[in-house]
Design a protein around this ligand. Structure first.
Ligand SMILES: *Cc1c(COP(=O)(O)O)cnc(C)c1O
Length: 378
């Protein structure tokens, strides 16, 4: 099956009872048992719900895994995965992971004695150097936010296998339409499905896919025990979103290419970060491990004044956090998502006051370029 067909024909796409071609929303908490312990596979909706199960089957197939799990947010999904670890374990993580991931590791799980070290995982030697005898997992985000750094997943997978470590990959930015980390050697994939998978800024959700029955059993036990599940209505919205994921990802990328070529030519733009640019340091790796470069772009206009001018003048880019939706979004990482990082550390990372991040939507690409052009004018 080719990727576009996969988005439509994977998982469970017909209701067995009625033939309905959309899985019904089973808005239910409990299920009638014929006799004590005699049921049709469902007992209680925290443990399993048919609508959620249909989504879990779908994401499992899209990521080429053994089992899928749906959670109430990306952070609930990531936290559940971390609960595979024990007190005393150590994890090596990409240094510019999503802020919420950094927060849960350094301010919540650290209290349970799960230690984390943050390294520049685009340099595999830094990952190897951070391994100690307590290390149990490597957690990678690629591309990252907002600088779109790329980590070579095959290389990190070799390191993980050599040291018997779990490799966990946050695939939110590329989605399974462009990148399948399990095929590149990862053990677990996580998603904030709030972003591209949902795609319409109307649902908060998280997904996990694992590559073995051992991890499947362990994670199901954690999901059922800790209870951070996704409700049936939101599971249905994600399945609806996935039906157009291929079309949306292609449209995001086409628009991103137009915007990038405009920005790279503009005299007031000092630097453009986009993995599709041949001079991007991760370009060749990105090309090798993913079939697209995505719709996220960051660019530096050199000053806070100009950045604020652009943000206040754009008409088609909504000033908001989040990303991956049909509408274009714009943000200023230094003042928004990354404001809690001290200024000198931010500047050292390249997150200057003039750095603007955009999530390119699926509007007409020429409208987006014209909008940025007028916003950058004197
Ligand atoms: C948003 C995001 C998360 C967290 O997901 P929520 O759905 O907001 O809980 C995790 N990782 C990445 C890369 C994200 O962009």
């Amino acid at each position: 099956m080719k990727p576009k067909t996969k988005m439509i024909h994977s998982g469970i796409n017909t209701d067995e009872l009625t033939g309905a071609v959309s899985v019904p929303i089973y808005q239910v908490s409990t299920y009638k048992q014929e006799a004590v312990g005699k049921h049709r596979g469902y007992e209680y909706s925290r443990t399993g719900n048919p609508t959620r199960f249909a989504l879990e089957e779908l994401i499992k197939e899209l990521e080429n895994g053994v089992a899928g799990f749906a959670f109430g947010s990306g952070m609930a999904a990531i936290t559940a995965v971390m609960m595979l670890l024990q007190s005393g374990d150590h994890v090596i993580m990409t240094d510019d992971v999503y802020g919420g991931t950094y927060r849960v590791m350094s301010h919540v799980l650290d209290r349970f004695n799960i230690e984390s070290t943050f390294v520049d995982s685009s340099i595999p030697e830094q990952v190897t150097a951070a391994i100690n005898d307590k290390t149990r997992a490597i957690y990678i985000e690629t591309p990252t936010n907002p600088l779109l750094k790329i980590t070579d997943l095959r290389k990190i997978s070799d390191i993980a296998k050599a040291h018997n470590l779990l490799l966990i990959v946050d695939n939110t930015f590329n989605t399974p339409y462009w990148q399948q980390p399990l095929d590149l050697g990862a053990d677990i994939v996580v998603h904030s499905a709030t972003k591209y998978i949902g795609g319409h800024s109307d649902v908060v959700a998280g997904l996990v896919v694992v590559n073995s029955t051992e991890l499947k059993d362990k994670l199901h036990f954690i999901q059922n025990s800790t209870g951070g599940i996704l409700g049936p209505q939101d599971a249905w919205l994600l399945m609806r979103g996935i039906k157009t994921l291929a079309l949306r990802m292609e449209a995001h990328e086409q628009n991103a290419k137009k915007v990038v070529s405009f920005l790279t030519e503009h005299p007031k733009v000092k630097k453009v970060y986009y993995p599709g640019l041949s001079k991007h340091p991760g370009h060749d790796i990105a090309k090798n491990q993913a079939s697209g470069f995505g719709g996220m772009i960051s660019f530096d206009v050199g000053s806070l004044e100009l950045a604020e001018q652009v943000l206040s003048r754009v008409k088609y880019f909504t000033l908001a956090e989040s990303l991956g939706a049909v509408e274009s979004l714009i943000s200023l990482p230094a003042k928004m998502t990354h404001a809690s990082i001290p200024k000198d550390r931010r500047e050292a990372l390249g997150i200057t006051d003039g750095l603007i991040r955009i999530s390119v939507g699926i509007e007409d690409g020429d409208d987006l370029v014209n909008d940025l052009n007028q916003a950058l004018q004197d």
